[in-house]
Each structure stands twice: as structure tokens, then as C-alpha cells.
Design a protein around this ligand. Structure first.
Ligand SMILES: [Zn+2]
Length: 140
């Protein structure tokens, strides 16, 4: 039997390697532009706001704080391995540094989800050595 295809694993390249290495170490990285000062996510070589080049945009460690912008509780997903995780909460969060990020909210029952609720980043090992950023309710 052949290995099951997975649709949840990143394909890191030379540019995104620092992001995935940091995630494996429990840190969420953002990119920030030295010209306009804005942070962005997902990571791009250039600034998506002012088009400053890669020599003006650098990695920085995010605070890990965010608020919930919107979400959807997923009850069916035929793409492996998501079907083994249902129900789960796919979400878009606003990072404290500004960027909006696609992610998942964990450790929170659906009735407890609220727009604007404070969240904090945590990391889940999706495969051997591959960690992805997810968010859970911030401690009081
Ligand atoms: Zn910029």
C-alpha cells in the first residue's frame, strides 16, 4: 500500500526555511519592512505594501498575541489528514503586529468562540520535525 498523500504539510524552500525552523523552536516569525515599517504574513521577499526589495525586509519574532477575526468549525474535510481531525476550527486571526493570518484555533469549544477574543500562539507538530502555528485562548 502506498503512503497516504498529505495536504497539510509545508514545502519549505531556502526563503521560508527560517520560518519553519523558528516554528519548530516555538517562535512565530513575521517579515517587517525597514522602509514603511509594516509587518506582513505570509512571508514574502519584498514588502507587499511599498514594494521595498528583499534587502529592506527582515525576519522578526512575533509577540504571539492575536485576536480572533473570524472562524468556521469544519465538520467534514476529505483531504488527508484533515478528516481525522474533525471537528476543528479553521480561523483567521489578527496578529498584534498587524498582519491577518490563516490558522486554527485549538483548546476552545465552538460555543466559546467570540470575535475579538484574545488568543496566543502555540505550535502543533504536524509531522516529524514540522511544526505549525495554531492559536488558543489567551490566559486571563
Ligand atoms: Zn514597506
Amino acid at each position: 500500500m502506498s503512503a497516504t498523500v498529505r495536504y497539510d504539510l509545508p514545502e519549505a524552500d531556502d526563503f521560508t526555511r527560517p520560518y519553519w525552523d523558528a516554528a519548530a523552536a516555538g517562535r512565530l516569525l513575521l517579515r517587517r519592512c525597514a522602509d514603511c515599517g509594516r509587518a506582513h504574513h505570509y512571508p514574502r521577499e519584498f514588502c507587499p505594501f511599498c514594494w521595498a526589495g528583499e534587502d529592506r525586509v527582515t525576519w522578526e519574532t512575533a509577540s504571539g498575541r492575536a485576536t480572533l477575526y473570524t472562524w468556521s468549525v469544519i465538520h467534514r474535510n476529505d483531504l488527508p489528514p484533515f478528516g481525522t481531525r474533525v471537528p476543528y476550527t479553521a480561523a483567521v486571526v489578527d496578529l498584534a503586529e498587524g498582519p491577518r493570518m490563516m490558522t486554527e484555533v485549538v483548546d476552545c469549544e465552538a460555543p466559546e468562540l467570540r470575535i475579538g477574543m484574545p488568543l496566543t500562539v502555540t505550535f502543533r507538530e504536524a509531522a516529524d520535525g514540522v511544526w505549525v502555528a495554531v492559536f488558543r485562548p489567551a490566559p486571563d
